[in-house]
Design a protein around this ligand. Structure first.
Ligand SMILES: [Fe+2]
Ligand SMILES: [Fe+2]
Length: 603
């Protein structure tokens, strides 16, 4: 957190006036004039640059021939009227002019100090505003509001109440001198005059109390001493300011206790507490406005974020509804990936790896959208359960029926034996049906038998085989249900995802979302797709996403082309992949050791 200058504690310093030399015959006149103007008198025998820099000087040059210029913070007593300084008083005129001249100089000095202080106030408020506007996490924001405002106001303790309808909710508290152990968060307080904060919120006014143990009976509010009693703390001065939005509506209350000499230093002696000044109270009001703006911005940010999240959820639901067997996959991959990333923090194997809140957000969005590109994949490919599409199998079956009719006709015409031919046909069709299923582990003999079918049964009209070469090739797909082109089409979903995510104007803290999602099918040894990246080229978050994606694909409910797998089997596949150098071995082991899947309710 950027340090912010403490300005309230530094009231305008006392102005010192020196007479040089101290033996000047006008020394007592200067002393009287300085004290009448509210300045402190000091005497010096010699003028040094330091003397001049720190205080105003009345320089008695009546017996000197010095021609040096004392500068704008000095009044010279000299016959030489050409000296460069605030004023030159002729020795004969000292008694008439000294007091007025010194008064003017002191006033000028006070004005300069006031301007400098106002500038510092504006700059501090700007700093606070900038600091608060950069925070997107609620607890951090409330902490920052209290930390900065307490520092600037030199307050030992501070509390934030936020408004919820007709109540104030106690949201956060800080204290430099005692540890706050009481469970006071989320305590509710009605907005009414009986409490200090309720009074401030209800009336939209400031309360500046020098000692809360001495509040006049006539006042409607009474302080709550529970904290003092429980902690041994002694609350003395208190400043409460309403936080109002642009429409002057009260969003909450900032309360500060015990102004002290030095901000950030614990109070050893409660008698050192000071009342909050009028200046503190003005400053607190400005800080409260900054805090209110920051809180409003935070709420707007949250609303936009919720809106965006709802849109994403809706979009992902639509994509997943095309393939009901993958319902919930994106959310589960997101939950698993974020949980695994959190496990990496503090794990000895991943020393130096620390996911910030923004990076976890990035990973969450990338994971939930990683398969969004499946919107560009045809449904018939996405849902393909067997090696032949249903209409392709139906076509083959019709040809088999035709072959059966042909056999019967031949039997009638030529008396060729029928039974053997019909049972052969049935065996052949059964083989086709078996080979069509990805779960059937076919043998070399099956492949040979399949090839023999096309030669065995020719449909007489055109002499075409019951099963075509292209269909045989498809039935011989060794793994899964997709042929080469269909597999490429599915794999292109990664490219579609990237193209889709790339056009979203992500904020700078989420700029890596497209790149993370783009790498979710890459493998460390370069065998992944679509770019064949290797270990060093794959973002670490994407490596975690790949593990979660594979795990969920294996263990999720039955899909048309494969059955769901027990966790133990999925774990051994992940380990095999890691052994083969495709997945990050440490991340897989961490995933297994921490049973990350329990974070999504799997046991
Ligand atoms: Fe994917
Ligand atoms: Fe996936």
């Amino acid at each position: 957190m950027k340090p912010i200058k403490n300005i309230a504690a530094s009231d305008i310093p006392n102005i010192e006036v020196a007479v040089v030399p101290s033996t000047s015959r006008w020394a007592s006149a200067v002393k009287d004039a300085a004290e009448q103007c509210g300045a402190v008198f000091v005497a010096f025998d010699e003028v040094t640059p330091a003397t001049l820099a720190e205080r105003l000087v009345v320089l008695d040059l009546s017996k000197s021939v010095s021609a040096s210029s004392p500068g704008p913070r000095a009044i010279s007593i000299s016959a030489n009227q050409s000296l460069d300084c605030f004023d030159v008083i002729h020795p004969n005129e000292v008694q008439f002019r000294l007091k007025r001249s010194l008064s003017n100089l002191i006033e000028m000095e006070k004005l300069k100090a006031r301007v400098a202080q106002e500038q510092a106030t504006v700059s501090t408020l700007n700093d606070i505003g900038l600091t608060l506007s950069a925070i997107t996490e609620r607890t951090e924001l409330l902490d920052a509001i209290l930390t900065h405002s307490r520092q600037v106001l030199s307050a030992d303790g501070g509390t934030i109440y936020l408004r919820d309808g007709d109540e104030l909710i106690f949201e956060a508290a800080q204290n430099d001198s005692v540890e706050i152990t009481m469970q006071i968060e989320h305590v509710r307080l009605p907005i009414e005059d009986s409490s200090l904060a309720g009074f401030v919120a209800g009336r939209n006014t400031i309360l500046n109390i020098d000692d809360i143990y001495n509040i006049p009976e006539a006042m409607p509010y009474r302080p709550n001493f529970t904290f003092d009693k429980a902690s041994g703390y002694r609350t003395r001065s208190m400043l409460l300011v309403p936080m109002t939005d642009r429409a002057n509506k009260v969003l909450g209350v900032l309360a500060f206790v015990n102004r002290k000499p030095s901000p950030g230093v614990p109070l050893i002696d409660f008698s050192l507490c000071q009342p909050f000044s009028k200046q503190s109270s003005d400053l607190a009001r400005s800080i409260a406005s900054q805090a209110a703006v920051a809180l409003e911005n935070y709420r707007l940010y949250q609303n936009i974020r919720n809106l965006f999240d709802s849109f994403i959820t809706a979009a992902v639901t639509v994509i997943e509804s095309r393939d009901p067997s993958t319902a919930g996959h994106s959310q589960r991959v997101s939950d698993l990936t974020v949980a695994l990333a959190k496990e990496c923090d503090g794990s000895p194997e991943f020393e130096g790896i620390k996911f910030s809140g923004d990076q976890l957000e990035e990973l969450r969005y990338a994971s939930i959208l990683h398969d969004f590109g499946k919107v560009g994949v045809r449904e018939e490919v996405l849902l393909k359960a067997n090696k032949l599409h249903p209409w392709e199998l139906e076509r083959v079956e019709w040809r088999f029926r035709l072959a059966a009719i042909q056999a019967e006709l031949e039997h009638l015409r030529r008396g060729t034996p029928l039974d053997e031919r019909m049972s052969q046909l049935e065996r052949d069709l059964n083989l086709v049906r078996q080979m069509n299923t990805p779960r059937y582990r076919f043998t070399e003999r099956d492949v040979e038998a399949l090839a023999a079918i096309s030669g065995r049964w020719l449909l007489s009209e055109k002499g075409e085989p019951v099963i075509e070469q292209a269909e045989i090739q498809r039935l011989c797909i060794p793994y899964g249900s997709l042929d080469h082109d269909e597999r490429l089409e599915i794999q292109r979903h990664v490219e579609h995802t990237y193209q889709f995510l790339k056009v979203i104007p992500w904020t700078s803290n989420l700029k890596n979302v497209p790149h993370l999602a783009y790498a979710h099918h890459e493998k460390l040894d370069g065998s992944g797709y679509p770019r064949g990246l290797v270990n060093s080229e794959i973002p670490f978050g994407a490596k975690l996403m790949t593990i979660s994606d594979i795990f969920d694909a294996l263990t999720a409910g039955d899909r048309p082309y494969k059955a769901s797998m027990p966790i133990a089997k999925a774990v051994s596949i992940l380990r095999e992949e890691a052994e083969m150098g495709r997945l990050d071995r440490d991340a897989v082991e961490l995933f297994v050791a921490k049973k990350v899947w329990t974070s999504i309710g799997m046991v």
